[in-house]
Design a protein around this ligand. Sequence first.
Ligand SMILES: [Fe+2]
Length: 172
Amino acid sequence: MAKSKAASGKSKVHSPGVNIGISEKDRSAIAAGLSRVLADTYTLYLTTHNFHWNVTGPMFNTLHAMFMAQYTELWNAVDPVAERIRSLGHPAPGSYAQFGALASIPDAPTVPPKAMEMVRILKEGHEAVARTARGIFSVAEQAGDEPTADLLTQRLAVHEQTAWMLRALLEE
Ligand SMILES: [Fe+2]
């Protein structure tokens, strides 16, 4: 089959041969949104692993183990998000500079906070990723992009459940 020329020279991003029934405009919008989800997820992964290393106090055993379960889940989540961006014909961001520019959540504090402050920061992080994911859900849905909608649904369930568990820890 003959290779078609790039549809447009306007974009810096070339997506030769992507013909999956989602317009280039929608694929660009969804990939941009997923890039923000990826940046948030990676940033939250790193903060959670940082807190696994640096947590102190009487809750050490519980939080050290809980943070490990959480960072492992987040680490496993970045790959399907990045690969969905690639499936839509766009490059996946993968540098600290790009993640810093795209993320809605801040980097981990330089000085390790107290244990319960760590829990509060992670709870806010999971809520922030949920808001980022929810923000692009309607775009994916309206574009008929079921794989992205399914991925976002799975990520929303995880982040909202984790935020609840962290909120529960913060309650007296
Ligand atoms: Fe460890």
